[in-house]
Design a protein around this ligand. Structure first.
Ligand SMILES: Cc1cc2nc3c(=O)[nH]c(=O)nc-3n(C[C@H](O)[C@H](O)[C@H](O)COP(=O)(O)OP(=O)(O)OC[C@H]3O[C@@H](n4cnc5c(N)ncnc54)[C@H](O)[C@@H]3O)c2cc1C
Length: 429
């Protein structure tokens, strides 16, 4: 279906989730005059940024009966991106409060709350309302049923469009290595890490090389006996980190033994107490029923035109916030504005066939270049996608965003311990 077939605006639009994406969607849709209902399963807004000291009953989050805790933030978390890249193009990040270049997470939540208050978005949110089913009324009809539950009741409502903003940093992806299941020590995913205390005097293997692996290793090294960082990167050199006496960088885990040994590629062996998986998360849409039109396969949500619209179901069904390795906040801002304007009929989508062709070409190009499926939504900090989106809504990504991102990436590449400790004052002059 093309955007020309949409009912006349205003549309009734359901937004799922009141994190950054849901709030940006709500603002953009409201500005376009649509009637918006934001469903939020928790009792507050902010999503990932609403720190929750609780962890799940199963530290690897494998038990299907566990109660799911949404946020994966740890208590000491500071942003990975500098504060100048945490705001929106038309609503900059706070200039008071925690003024560090990489502020702590409460500052981000404060910013989100201020944004929601300023644009009167809170009144659009139904808190403690979990969406349990999203399904087209029938295949010849473009209306959607949204089934939701709160403490008192469950309800089915019809909407003209659904914008999925449920986040993708909640369901852990685990490292797989022979012997993992029978290894006798404790295993935890970073989703269930909050504070370093349980690691006191322990020997810990931390798997991963992203910001969480680095941050958490440094934090637990203050109390742990030894910390062994394990990276699957082929470039990794086995070495002791120069910023600490008890952190070693190692290669990928080859296997683990029932006697508690962890054996790395190259043959090094450690006898560890805990393995901490800082290995990322999976996309998951348990409420979405599309009869196989949208699937999640090896980290690819697809097919999605421009990471947002399934060609067969757009523009009535859209996904915000899927890509990563970018300036996330501005990316979602421009995605939201584009979706809202398409739903108003001000901007048109290409035909279903054209969208399908473009998605197919994207996948084919990845295959030709030998890029694995799970990188489908990794934008590698290139801003072309943001430039393209901004252009669709008649805006531009500010020059300072381009400049600052370039400087930041250089800092990450060359910053060593300074990056690990977030010691950077970007000179923006
Ligand atoms: C450890 C960590 C560090 C990060 N650091 C940074 C950083 O420094 N800078 C940066 O820009 N980004 C960072 N991110 C990425 C971060 O996820 C995004 O900034 C942003 O929070 C994404 O917002 P979202 O709205 O897409 O998802 P979320 O923030 O996850 O919000 C999703 C919302 O949907 C709700 N929800 C889910 N399912 C349902 C349902 N069925 N019914 C109703 N409601 C539902 C959830 O309760 C939640 O409120 C980090 C992420 C993690 C995990």
């Amino acid at each position: 279906m093309g955007s020309t077939d949409l009912p006349a605006p205003p549309l009734n639009v359901a937004v799922i989730g009141a994190g950054l994406a849901g709030l940006l969607a709500a603002r953009a849709l409201k500005i376009e005059g649509h009637r918006v209902v934001v469903h939020e399963k928790s009792d507050r807004l902010g999503g990932t940024w609403a720190y929750d000291p609780r962890v799940e009953s199963d530290p690897l989050s494998l038990d299907p009966d566990r109660e799911i805790v949404h946020s994966s933030l740890y208590q000491s978390l500071r942003t990975n991106l500098p504060r100048q890249l945490m705001g929106f193009s038309d609503y900059p990040f706070s200039t008071d409060g925690d003024l560090r270049t990489f502020p702590g997470h409460p500052e981000v939540l404060r910013f989100i709350n201020e944004f929601a208050a300023e644009f009167r978005l809170v009144e659009l949110i139904r808190f403690e309302t979990e969406v349990v089913r999203v399904e087209r009324v029938d295949s010849g009809n473009d209306q959607w049923i949204v089934e939701s539950r709160n403490r008192e009741m469950s309800s089915n409502e019809l909407f003209d469009a659904v914008v999925v903003c449920n986040g993708h940093h909640t369901i852990p992806k685990l490292a797989d290595f022979p012997g993992r299941e029978k290894w006798p020590g404790q295993q935890i995913h970073s989703h269930n890490y909050r504070v370093p205390d349980p690691f006191e005097n322990r020997v810990v293997v931390v798997i991963g090389d992203g910001p969480s692996a680095v941050d958490i290793s440094l934090e637990i090294a203050d109390v742990a006996k030894q910390v062994y960082l394990s990276s699957r990167s082929p470039k990794v050199k086995v070495t002791k980190l120069d910023c600490r006496d008890n952190i070693w960088q190692h290669s990928k885990i080859d296997h683990a033994n029932e006697n508690g040994e962890v054996v790395f590629e190259g043959g090094a062996v450690v006898h560890a107490d805990i393995i901490l998986h800082c290995t990322g998360f999976m996309y998951s849409f348990p409420f979405l029923k599309t009869e196989g039109i949208v699937t999640v396969e090896e980290g690819r949500v697809g097919p999605l035109y421009k990471h947002i619209f399934p060609p067969k179901l757009g523009p009535n069904l859209s996904f915000l916030g899927i890509p990563y390795m970018t300036v996330v906040t501005q990316m979602i801002e421009f995605q939201a504005k584009w979706v809202a304007r398409i739903l108003s009929g001000k901007v048109w989508l290409p035909s279903e066939e054209e969208m399908e062709t473009e998605v197919r070409q994207h996948y084919q190009l990845m295959e030709e270049k030998g890029i694995p499926k799970h990188y489908t939504h990794a934008l590698q900090f290139e801003l072309d996608y943001l430039d393209w989106l901004a252009n669709q809504v008649g805006e531009r990504v500010h020059e300072t965003t381009h400049l600052l991102l370039k400087r930041y990436l250089k800092f990450v590449m060359e910053g060593g311990n300074k990056w690990r400790h977030r010691e950077w004052e970007p000179n923006l002059m």
